[in-house]
Design a protein around this ligand. Structure first.
Ligand SMILES: [Zn+2]
Length: 445
C-alpha cells in the first residue's frame, strides 16, 4: 500500500456498533464512517479505514451505536408551546374547545419561530435529523429550520376557513405556490402541501392541491382516518369513506402521505396498495386521544410503506422518536395478536428508510451507505439502564430513551456533540419559552 492510495476526507466516526439500515437487519462492529463535505464516502471496517483514509477530524465512539438520523414524518412543531396545556380529552373536544381557541389567540410569526425552535431543540437532542411540519406561517418554520441546518418537510396549511395565515383556500393556495417556489431548491427544506383533513377541505381545493403537487413535485400530507367519527360522518353525509373520496379526487398517489389511518378496513388498504400512497403512523397521539390503532403489520404485509411521526407535542406530549418507536413496536404486536409483529429492526426502518421513501428521498437519506447525505446519529449505550448489550437494535427500540443520543450530524455538520446542541442557543430559547408560557397561563386563569 503506497501513500498515494490514501484519500483525504473531513470526518471519521469510529463506531463500536453500526446499524446501517441497508442491508436490512445488519449490525456491524468496529466500523468507520467517513464523511467528505455533505456526504458519506465510505462505511468500512476500522482497520481498512486506517489504510485508506486520512481525515482532519476523528470522533471515537467506543460505547456507541451509530445509525442514520431519524425522520419524524408528522408534527406541528410550534405546538410545543402548548405542551401539557389540555390533556385527557377526546380529539374533537380537544380541538374545538382548547387548541383552536388558543391558536386563534396566540399564533403569530414570533410564536411559530419560538415554538419551532423549541421543537427542533428537542428533536435534535433525541436523534431526529429530518422532521415534517404542518402549521401556520410555514415560511417562518422553513426559515428557522434552514438557519439551524435541520432538514425539514414544511407543509403549508390548506383549509376551507380563514386562519391567521390566510382568508380561505384561494389565498392559502396562492401563498402556498409562492412558498414552494421560494424553497424548492433549498438544501434543507422540502416545501409541501398540507390539506388539513378530509372534513376541513372540500373537493375544489383538494383537487387544486393535487394539481399543485403535479406541477411542482411537492408532496401532499393529510390527516386521514384519524377517528371513527371522521369515517362514519363522511359515510353518512357523502355515502363514501374518506379514502374513497380522496381516491376519486386523485389525492391518493405515491406523492401523498396519509397520517394516522387508525380506522381502516380492507377497502382502504386496497386503495393504499393500488395508489402507492404513504402511511404515517403516530401511535402515541392516537393512544392519547383514544383515536384508535393503525394496523401497521397488516399494512406492511400488504406492501404499503409505513413511516412514523410523533404528531404535535400537545397530543403526545414529547417529540422523542425513540419513545414513539417503542410504543409503535408494542402496539403493533397487540393489534396483530403476534409478538413477532414489527420487530426492532422493522421499527428502526420505519423511522429511517421508510420516512425517506415517503419523502421521495430514499436515494439520499435513511441509511448509511456511501454516496448518501451525512445525516448520522450516535447513541451512547454505556449507561446502566442500557447494560448489558447483547443486541443494540433491541436496546434502541425497547430500552432506550432519545436522551441517550450523544451525537448527530446533518449534511456532515455537527448538531449534537456529547449530548449538547451546537447550533441552538438553549438559554436564550428558554427565556422566550418562559415568556410565552406566562402569557398562555394568564389567558387560561
Ligand atoms: Zn397532526
Amino acid at each position: 500500500m503506497t501513500a498515494d492510495t490514501i484519500t483525504a476526507a473531513d470526518i471519521r466516526i469510529n463506531a463500536r456498533w453500526l446499524i446501517p439500515i441497508e442491508p436490512a437487519g445488519a449490525v456491524l462492529k468496529n466500523q468507520a464512517v467517513i464523511i467528505q463535505g455533505t456526504r458519506i464516502v465510505a462505511v468500512t471496517p476500522q482497520e481498512q479505514a486506517d489504510r485508506e483514509f486520512r481525515t482532519r477530524e476523528t470522533v471515537d465512539l467506543p460505547y456507541h451505536v451509530v445509525m442514520p438520523g431519524l425522520i419524524n414524518m408528522h408534527g406541528h412543531a410550534a405546538m410545543t408551546l402548548f405542551r401539557g396545556m389540555a390533556d385527557d380529552l377526546p380529539l374533537m373536544t380537544w380541538l374545538n374547545d382548547h387548541i383552536w381557541p388558543a391558536e386563534g389567540r396566540f399564533i403569530s410569526k414570533q410564536f411559530v419561530a419560538d415554538g419551532t425552535q423549541l421543537a427542533m431543540a428537542e428533536m435534535l437532542r433525541t436523534g431526529t435529523t429530518t422532521f415534517s411540519d404542518m402549521y401556520f406561517f410555514p415560511e417562518i418554520a422553513a426559515q428557522v429550520a434552514h438557519d439551524a441546518g435541520i432538514r425539514a418537510q414544511i407543509c403549508f396549511p390548506l383549509l376551507d376557513f380563514p386562519t391567521s395565515w390566510g382568508s380561505g383556500p384561494e389565498e392559502y393556495l396562492s401563498k402556498g405556490r409562492a412558498f414552494i417556489d421560494t424553497w424548492k431548491a433549498d438544501d434543507y427544506i422540502m416545501p409541501a402541501i398540507g390539506p388539513h383533513a378530509p372534513y376541513t377541505v372540500s373537493d375544489g381545493p383538494m383537487a387544486e392541491a393535487v394539481r399543485l403537487s403535479e406541477d411542482t413535485g411537492a408532496r401532499i400530507q393529510i390527516h386521514l382516518h384519524e377517528t371513527a367519527f371522521e369515517v362514519t360522518e363522511a359515510s353518512e353525509k357523502l355515502g363514501k369513506r374518506p379514502t374513497a373520496r380522496l381516491a376519486e379526487l386523485g389525492v391518493l398517489r405515491p406523492e401523498t402521505q396519509c397520517v394516522h389511518m387508525t380506522q381502516i378496513d380492507d377497502s382502504d388498504i386496497s386503495l393504499l396498495q393500488q395508489s402507492g400512497a404513504q402511511v404515517i403512523h403516530c401511535p402515541e397521539s392516537n393512544l392519547k386521544l383514544a383515536s384508535g390503532l393503525c394496523p401497521v403489520q397488516k399494512l406492511i404485509d400488504s406492501g404499503v410503506n409505513v413511516a412514523i411521526g410523533t404528531d404535535g407535542a400537545a397530543s403526545n406530549n414529547d417529540l422523542d422518536l425513540f419513545g414513539e418507536l417503542r410504543t409503535a413496536a408494542m402496539v403493533a404486536k397487540v393489534v396483530a395478536g403476534d409478538a413477532a409483529a414489527l420487530s426492532a429492526h422493522k421499527a428502526l426502518e420505519m423511522a429511517t428508510i421508510n420516512g425517506a421513501r415517503a419523502l421521495g428521498r430514499d436515494h439520499e437519506l435513511g441509511s448509511l451507505i456511501s454516496g448518501k447525505l451525512a445525516d448520522i446519529i450516535a447513541i451512547d449505550l454505556s449507561d446502566p439502564f442500557l447494560q448489558p448489550v447483547y443486541d443494540p437494535a433491541s436496546h434502541l427500540v425497547y430500552s432506550n430513551h432519545g436522551r441517550s443520543v450523544s451525537h448527530s450530524w446533518i449534511n456532515g455538520v455537527p448538531q449534537v456533540q456529547d449530548g449538547r446542541l451546537t447550533r441552538i442557543d438553549v438559554a436564550d430559547l428558554m427565556l422566550r419559552v418562559d415568556d410565552w408560557a406566562g402569557r398562555i397561563r394568564e389567558q387560561a386563569d
